[in-house]
Every structure is written in structure tokens, then in C-alpha cells.
Design a binder for this molecule. Sequence first.
Ligand code: ADP
Length: 545
Amino acid sequence: MEMLADDNASETLKPLVFRLHENAPAIIREVLLERGWTEFDQKEQDDADWNLYWRNSPFPMTDHHSIKPWQRLNHYPEAVRITRKDYLARHLKRMKGAYGSTLYEFSPVAFIMPNDYVKFIAEYSKEIQSVGRPSYWICKPVHLSRGRGILIFQDIKDLVYHCTVIVQKYISNPLLISGYKLDLRLYVCVTSFCPLTIYTYEEGLVRFATEKFDLSSLDNVYAHLTNTSINKYGASYKTFKEGIGCGCKWTFSKFRSYLRIFGVDDMLLWQKMNNIVILTLLAVTPLPEASNCFELFGFDILIDDKFKPWLLEVNYNPALCLDCSIDDTVKRKLLHDIVELLNYKQVDAHRQNEMPGSKAVRRRQVPWRRTGQSTPEQAPGLLSGQKVSTSISAPQTQPALQFARGSIHKVSSPTRKTARAHPRETLTSQLREKMNKPKTSTQVKIEAKNKQLPAVHSPFISAQLSRWSPSPEICNYKLSTRPYFLSDKDQMPTRQVGGFVLIFPFNEAALQASKDGTDVKSIIKEINKLVSKQNSARQKKTKSV
Ligand code: ADP
């Protein structure tokens, strides 16, 4: 069972207890059982007799209010502010306006439809006038995932949508390996939004399309979408593909080796990706204060042929299913490292309220502060990318597991008069037909609901779009338990835990600016300074070569 670093090692050891909500991925149970945890039994155990509660949907606020010091929840309140495509687009647009497009130019230009319809038409017409032809666009329903309902188009006549969608510039020059498109699934764990504390996972998944990229066949899902949920049904999925192999996945490690062979600076790419993560999460701060929770995000990043990373979207509940052995290797270790990051102590296994004056209670009262010992001068991962000696390595602690351890908004042309009689179907509707799958009940419900709405500028949609504002109930919620994400030694976040590398705070100034409410302006200033340092270091390196 889990061996916990703690004060009371001599006491009777109790196992840690996990609680899974229905539909929680099976691998979570497997990993926790591997670590010697036991599963919560609602009939036998008290309501609060668990240490980790994992669910696929947000927790009711009552769960956050009643959190105990020994417990952790796998969602932060309102984390969905960046995981829905339209919310993300709005936040990033706002940040671009406030802090300049140079820093925030990592996300493809996007329009939320139907609200931004007029703006989109203006952009589309401007391009035709200046370049002579429109560029490529991708249309994605905001409430769907796994590549469902996506349409790629060049001619506006082909744009059709049945619900709120984002229409985003299609990156038409992606990095290709042997002709295959790819994107990266980067795992990011936020252990606190207040103060902001962000880790990125060094290992991750490279996801390939399974047919060669070809702009003359925009309908081919297997060539344009990199979702495994789609490509695993492709005819070439199991066959050996030159340069890629079988299946549709690589690990980051393999991808990095590949880049190095071709002389590409993989560290620079990693730094840029970490910058994207920080800048994106800054866009949603402040989130309401809540203690003892964490959020695992899946950042989808596409690299273009100039090695520029683009943020496509941020996933809530990144897929933890095991489609192949690469999934097993990456996701199992990821989950073990998450448990390490959650920093359980022996006292947590007792699952009792501490006595006043006890060590745990005193620890709880220690605010976020610097002791003068070790400060994250410059955290690894962001900007420096080097490992530090103060890391806790999950594999080192693993051997000790022996114990206590619609109105259909159909837009075919600016005037609508030139609409095609039979617009193209979305890529995945074709796939659904191929797979002979019916629409999901959610899709049917949403379409039925939208059918009752007036076209474009519907108040229902505006209300949906503004739903990201924090509720007063949430704003009033105060931190009540000790911050688990700080080390006992110096009350600082640990710089590395297994494969998780701390990328924020990345220096003393960023730390100060995130202490009492996030001072986004000062943090952006620090990021700007560091990015220019990075650039000049790179220029020096290039000159000396
Ligand atoms: P979903 O939530 O449905 O997976 P994504 O935004 O991740 O939606 O898009 C699915 C896939 O479509 C991505 O994995 C990527 O391969 C492709 N894609 C999405 N947006 C773009 C874009 N702007 N440019 C190029 N490819 C894109």
C-alpha cells in the first residue's frame, strides 16, 4: 500500500481511499488499487471517509464547501471557463486586446457563430480582396469533442451549422511526418488557481492522422483530423505506415528524438508550449478560491511547418482510455505521478479532523510565503527547461507502495441567396454514417432545442456565452484547509514531481505577483522579459554556430 511521507510512521497504517463517480475511467481504479488504495463503499463508510474523489463532471459547490483536509477533488470550480471552445476563444481574444497580439498570437483567429457572423464575413471578404482567394477554415461545434461535427471549408457556400460553433482559421501548413499530420496532447495539472500553480507533464502523446495530408480532399477525416477516436476506425490504422509505424500514436520522447535527428531545437518548442499554457491559464484568472482540488487539462497543440506551436483547444477530462500500448505507458505513469503531486501524508489516511494545535492544523495556518530558502529562481520547463535537483521522483517513491500508500443556423453565403441546395455534411457525420452510428441523445436534444430558436443573435446563445462569469456564491467561498501543493520544507510548490515540471511560478517576481490574487499585468511583464531573454540567447547561439 501507499507509503506516505509523514510524521507518524509508527502509528497503525491505514490505506488511502478513493471514490469514483460513475463513468470515471477504469485506469484510475487500476492505478489506485496498484498503489494499495481501497475503494470507497457508500454503504459501509462515512460520507467523508475518502481521500480522493474523481468524477468526469464538475462537483456541486456543496462538495467544495465541505472538503476536509485529507481530501482532494479532481476538478476546480469553473475550470470549464477555458475548456469550451467558444469560452476559450473569447478569453484569448480579450487577452490579445489587453496585452497585445505578439504574446497571444498562438491561437488561430476564431469567430463564434452565429454571434460573430458579420465579423467573419468581413474577414472573409477582406482576404478575398487582398489575396484573391479565401483561406481554409474549420468549423467546430462548441459543445462537442472527439472530432464530432467538424467541417473544413474554403468556400463560404460550404459553411453550415446547426448549433453554436466556432469558425477558426485552419492551419493549412501543419508539420508533417512522412506526409501525415500530427498534433500533441500535452497534459497540464493545475494544483491551485489561487495562487496560480501549474505543472506540465514531460511525456505526452503525439497523435497522427492515418492518411496523408491533402488540401484537395477537405472531406477526408483521416487526413485532416488527428483524433484517435476517429483514426482508430480508419482503414490504415492497423497497417504499417512508412515513417510512422502502426496505429496513430507516438510518445513525446520519440517525437523529440525525431526532431533532434533533423536538428530541430525541441527545447525551444517545449518552452514555447509552456508559455502557451501559462498565457492561456492566465486568461481565466481569477477563478474562485477553492482548496484541495486540482485540474488535469489536455492541451491540444498543433505544430506548423515553421515549428510554431498553435493552441487548438483545452480539454476538460482528457481521455484516459487505453487504445494502445503507448496509451498504457503514458497514462498509467501520468496517473501515478498525479497521485504523487497530491502530496498525501500519513495523517490523511486517518481521515479525521485534527485537534486544535496539532501539527496539521498549524501547518494549515501557514500562508503562502517565502522562507528565503529555495525560491523558484527560474522553474524548469518554462524558459530554462532544465531539471533541478530538488525534484521528487515518483519512481523512487513507488517501491514503497507496500503500504499506506435549430433554428438551424445555416449560413451558406453572405447573402444567403447563393446557398447550395445540398451543402456538404460535416466530416464526422460522414464518419457516423460509415460507422453506422446514430446521433447521440445530446445531439438530438440540442438540435431540437435550437430548432425552437430564432436565427442568429439568439438571446439563448448570448446567455450561454456569458455564463462564464463567476457566481456570487463561488466568489464568497474562502480557502479553508492547508494548501497540499506546498512542500512542508519551504512552503513552496515542489519543482518536479515524477514527470510533472513546475512551470508557474517561474521566478520570484511571478511568485510575488500570484500571491494575493493574481496580478496578471505584472506576470505578463515578467513573461515578456523572459521571452526576450530567450530570443537573445537563441540569436547568440545561432551566431556562434
Ligand atoms: P475536438 O474537441 O472535437 O477534438 P479539436 O479542436 O481538438 O476538436 O479539433 C479536432 C482535430 O481537428 C484536431 O485534433 C486537429 O487535428 C484538427 N484541427 C482542429 N482545429 C484545427 C485548426 N485550427 N487547424 C488545423 N487543424 C485543426
